[in-house]
Design a protein around this ligand. Structure first.
Ligand code: GLU
Length: 503
């Protein structure tokens, strides 16, 4: 096992968005490429945003995509627990270290007093930042004497601990995707690290845990790039070696500008979640890729190409292949447009290359869900319909006539296919069919074709009404094959039915 250790660190605040799933996937791929370890860490320090069921949803999504984590909740390794709420006791010690070094400080300012300040600044068209410019004037252990600070702490006054951003520095950092990033530390604010309720903020918990869990590469969404400076300074303050960072660019809306949102999906009719999600508060249900009939292989494939490319023209990649060729250096700096139509194309490719036996099993499940019992050869039916299908569900729409004899006939098709004299021809056809012993598709084709030729009439005069009789419309695969699959009895039954209905 190599030393590469990456983590996916979602907050359980709702269903996992497709962008979050891509972050998980890239972490997984990077870990597997380097024989490393993929850790799942649940960042649930913000109890106000906790959503029931979200953690389970995240785990199930990873499982469905077949990108399991090696360590995490329920898969305890040497670095657990893997839920921050269960690591609560750990963080105080670290925040104290920073206070002792003079790199963090207690701040007693109330929310109200800070709000007032913010408003005063706004009135002067300025922005209030809790930083080097202001910290000396505010209610904190920098402006107060040691004794006054201690008195407040002893009296149980509420406080937060803020990080004291070093001033006047041009901080150079390196991002694996973007290269060198430089930030003037004077522009940063003294972020809160810890609160007197005993909970760390995201920033502190994230750094401490990445360090304790020996994370070597932090691969996460671009929205965390603004935190990179603070995180780099925190590593330095703790005198810890920082992991390498890679910030993945945004997944963009299919049309227009900006980040892909649930609203885009609702508007254009595509899911933005891997699995169906039922909001525990409102009861609203959002559909998922799984429920829409996508294969996990499809989802993994299209996600892998959102912001990464192999450098070749190849578009179809198995998970296995991806774990061999994935490379952070080929992750794009610019955002990746989400293309729901292209995602369907991927699904179609996966359905076409899927083993017919597997699709047949899935189709049989669908049939039994619809309460249909059949002795028809499903594999052959699937084989005949598959090329026009994108989802297993499509097989039903394309081939329900196999299981249900038509009771109505498409009007336009009837006009076109059923003319004067057709009923007589169909009656004759019934006799021909009755005489066929070997009802294989090849033989049915041969005998009917011979008969049509001997009658010296156009093929359409027979094939169209026959199709209409068997299908109810003029769609479907080869008409002789349909007849052969239905069998002699059912074919005769349907032709007679059509004669009765359309004469
Ligand atoms: N908990 C953060 C999130 O929800 C994790 C950010 C990170 O990976 O550092 O996205």
């Amino acid at each position: 096992m190599s030393t590469v250790r990456v983590r996916f660190a979602p907050s359980p605040t709702g269903p996992l968005h497709i962008g979050g799933l891509r972050t998980a996937l890239f972490n997984y791929l990077y870990a597997k490429k380097h024989n490393g370890t993929f850790v799942l860490r649940i960042e649930d320090t913000d109890q106000n945003r906790f959503v029931e069921g979200a953690e389970e949803y995240i785990k199930e999504s990873l499982e469905w995509c077949k990108i399991p984590y090696d360590e995490g909740p329920g898969k305890e390794g040497n670095f657990g627990p893997y839920k921050q709420s269960e690591r609560k006791h750990l963080y105080k010690e670290y925040v104290n270290q920073l206070i002792e070094k003079g790199m963090a400080y207690y701040a007693f300012d109330t929310t109200e007093s800070l709000d007032t300040l913010r408003k005063e600044y706004e009135a002067e068209k300025k922005t209030f930042i809790y930083n080097w410019e202001n910290r000396g004037k505010l209610d904190n252990s920098i402006s107060l004497t040691k004794e006054a600070t201690q008195a407040k702490l002893d009296a149980g006054e509420k406080y937060v601990v803020r990080f004291k951003i070093p001033t006047g520095e041009s901080l150079e950092m390196f991002d694996e995707v973007r290269g060198k990033v430089v930030i003037n530390t004077d522009l940063l604010d003294d972020k809160v690290l810890y609160k007197s309720d005993g909970m760390p903020t995201y920033h502190l918990a994230n750094i401490v845990d990445d360090h304790l869990m020996e994370i070597t590469h932090v691969i996460r969404g671009e929205e965390w790039l603004p935190s990179l400076a603070l995180h780099t300074l925190l590593y330095r303050a703790f005198e810890w070696e920082a992991p390498k960072f890679a910030h993945l660019s945004l997944i963009l809306k299919p049309v227009g500008k900006g980040k892909l949102s649930k609203r885009d999906g609702d508007k254009m009719g595509f899911p933005v979640f891997p699995l169906e999600w039922k909001d525990p508060k409102t009861g609203d249900v959002s559909t998922g890729y799984r429920e829409e009939g996508f294969y996990p292989e499809t989802v993994v494939n299209f996600l892998s190409l959102l912001g990464w490319n192999s450098g070749t023209e190849q578009e179809i990649f198995s998970l296995e292949e991806l774990t061999q060729i994935f490379d952070l250096s080929k992750v794009n700096k610019s955002g990746a447009k989400f293309d729901p139509e292209k995602n369907k194309w991927f699904q179609q490719q996966y359905l076409q290359q899927r083993d017919t036996n597997l699709i047949s099993k899935e189709f049989k499940n669908l049939l039994s869900y619809k309460g249909i019992e059949t002795s028809l050869p499903i594999e052959t039916i699937v084989e005949s319909l598959k090329e026009r299908a994108v989802f297993v569900d499509d097989l039903w729409n394309l081939g329900k006539f196999f299981f249900e004899a038509p009771t109505t006939y498409d009007t336009k098709a009837s006009k076109k296919a059923w003319k004067d004299g057709t009923s007589d021809l169909m009656n004759e056809l019934v006799d021909v069919i009755t005489s066929i012993d070997d009802f294989s598709s090849a033989n049915v084709t041969l005998i009917i074709k011979e008969w049509i030729t001997s009658k010296e009439i156009g093929f359409g005069k027979i094939m169209m009404p026959l199709r209409l009789a068997l299908v109810g419309s003029l769609m479907g695969p080869d008409v002789y094959e349909i007849a052969a699959l239905l069998g002699k009895e059912a074919t005769i039954f349907r032709v007679k039915n059509a004669i009765a209905n359309l004469s």
